[in-house]
Write a protein of this length. Structure first.
Length: 177
């Protein structure tokens, strides 16, 4: 049971970190979510876990609201990328490590990254992601497309060292997580 709780806490922290890109804020958000789970009745553990993820998403997005707005403006003014998108049969390689995925995601501007995480990884409908991101559905779709294109590009072979934009010592620290 403790292993499940530790994994849940780690998952919540990682979700908050991917959305905010800020380790200190994401730790506090995860701690708050886990603490609220501990205070709840244990009769509905699956429901509580799902609810905790929603709380983490809401708190993480609120913590970076200004950065999201700035990034949304950049996304809105971005010209459509005419390069080839990911092939239709593209999927994340099972060999992709968590740290590699983290680097690739953190290498994406915050609004497209949030749109991608919410819509693809968390399975949130575009209309709901638009509400969470305080943006129109068309902009969220555009951001999702940009985010997915950049994720594929960042995960491409030979792009391991540049995906995150972090200096090597910070990349090593992130990879150790």
């Amino acid at each position: 049971m403790i292993k499940d709780e530790e994994k849940n806490a780690a998952d919540l922290h990682w979700l908050a970190f991917l959305l905010t890109g800020q380790r200190d804020i994401s730790i506090q958000i995860a701690v708050d979510a886990v603490a609220s789970e501990d205070d709840a009745l244990p009769a509905f553990p699956a429901w509580l876990h799902a609810w905790s993820r929603r709380i983490v998403v809401a708190q993480a997005l609120a913590a970076v609201r200004a950065e999201l707005a700035e990034s949304a403006a950049r996304t809105e003014s971005a010209k459509p990328d005419r390069t080839a998108a990911a092939p239709r049969d593209w999927s994340l390689s099972p060999d992709t490590s968590k740290s590699r995925l983290e680097q690739a995601l953190l290498g994406i501007d915050i609004f497209p990254r949030a749109a991608l995480i919410l819509s693809i990884f968390e399975g949130v409908r575009i209309a709901d992601a638009a509400i969470l991101l305080d943006a129109g559905s068309a902009l969220v779709r555009k951001a999702q497309s940009i985010g997915l294109r950049e994720l594929v590009r960042n995960l491409a072979p030979g792009n391991e060292t540049s995906a995150s934009g972090y200096p090597p010592d910070l990349r090593l620290a992130l990879a150790a997580l």
